[in-house]
Design a protein around this ligand. Sequence first.
Ligand code: GLP
Length: 249
Amino acid sequence: MGSAVLEPTHAVRVLPARTDDVGRVAASVVASFVRENPHGVLGVATGGSPMALYASLAELRAEGVVATDQLTLAALDEYVGLDPADPRSYRSYVWQHIAEPWGVAAERVHVPAGSSEDDADEYERVLARLRVGLQIVGIGRNGHIGFNEPGSNPTSRTRIVTLDDDTRRANAPYFGGDVHAVPTRAMTQGIASILAAESIILVAQGAAKAEALRAALQGPVTSAVPASFLQTHPDVTVVADSAALGILS
Ligand code: GLP
């Protein structure tokens, strides 16, 4: 039986939280950023991990604790081949879980779109113009961030990638459980694009993320675990439950 909180090898701040508190703890970190930067640029992730964070921040907004309306949002990634209006697209996710509940107007919501390298370069230019202040990320169970799969280069920028089979299996529940319905390609911010943010918060819950999180925070900095490049960033906060932190109880 172990009890120690996972100790990162680098200057990463780890905030352990009860599973049902991960969203609130992460939201308090994001709320501090929003209070200091009401017109700031927030990089937003999709997936299940940050959903409670987004809902918690919407509650803080409803209570008048924080004003999110003037933020600009920039998403990490998007499937290639899905209509942006498709409810399974990340554009739809960003609208449903973030922009609408937070009151952010359409002109300040940016999501990668398209299927060509020109489209990817265009999104990279948008990011360079916006300059993300705080980037929210989840982690894939294979150690990916955004859709930067194992093998991703630390100098990578926004580009079209082919998704790993494991990533498609992990995301099948969002496609009615049908792995074949999950697109095979995506446009994702690169590792260098993500690390350009001034600060980063990683949110993780559940035992399925424990090995990836351990490798990301304690293992070597390597393309085999793209999230390990977070160790090279000066300001990273991890909010995770004990299962993701690998704490046995
Ligand atoms: C997808 C997204 C990632 C996300 C990952 C984990 O692959 N592209 O940005 O971090 O899923 O998703 P979840 O939080 O649902 O486990």
